[in-house]
Design a protein around this ligand. Sequence first.
Ligand SMILES: [Zn+2]
Length: 249
Amino acid sequence: MSADPDERAALDALWAVQQVDARLLDARGRLSALDDGSALRAETETARAAAAAAAARLHQALAAVRDQELQLQTTETKQKKAEADLYGGRVTNPKELAALEEELGAFARARDHLEDRILALFDQIESLKREDTGARSSLAALEERLRDRVTAYEAARREITAELETLERERAARAAAVDARLLRKYEGIAAQQAGVGMVAIIGGFCGGCRNDVPPQFVSRVRDGQVVTCERCHRILYLDGRGSSSGNGG
Ligand SMILES: [Zn+2]
C-alpha cells in the first residue's frame, strides 16, 4: 500500500482524540485520588466517642462525690444529735450511755471512711477533668481539620469537574472528526489497556509497552495504516516530530 493523505489524516484525527483522552485520564485519576476526608471523618468520630466517654466518667464521679457528701452530712447530723444526747445530761442510764458511745464511735468511723472516699474522688475528678478537657480539645482540633479537608476537597473536586467538562466537550468535537469504526476499535483497545488505546512510536519502540516496533510496521504507520503493537495491541502512531506532515494537533 502507498501513503494515503486521507488515511494519514484519519490517524492524525484519532491521535488528537487520544491526546484529550490522556488528559481526561489524568484528570479522572486526580479526581479519584482526592482525599474526601473519609479517614479523618472516622478519626473524628472515634474522638467524639472518646470525648463522650470521658464526659460520662467525669459526670459519674461528680455524682458519686455529691452522694458521698450527702451521706457525710447525714452522718454529721446524727453524730451531733448523739453527742447532744451523751453530753447533754438527759441520758443517765449507764447502758444507754455505753450504747451512745458505741454509736458515736461508729459515726466517727463512718465519717473517716466517707472523708477518705471523698478525697479519693476529688483526686479522681481532677484527673477526669483533665481527661475530659483533653478529649474535647482533641475533638475540636479534628473537627477543624475535617472542615478544612472537606472545604479543600470540595474546591478541588469542583475544579477538576469543570476541567473534565471542558475536556469532554473537546473530546466530543475531536471524536466527531474520526471514522466511527476506527473510533470504536480505538475505544475497545483503550478499555482493555488501562485507558490508553493509541501510542506514539518513540525511537522504534512502542510508547505504551516499550516493545520493539519492526521497521516495516513503522513504514505502514507512516503510510496511514492502522497498525497495532504486537505486544500491547494499542494502535501505533508516528507523531508530527517523527514524520513530514504533522500538524501539531
Ligand atoms: Zn506496545
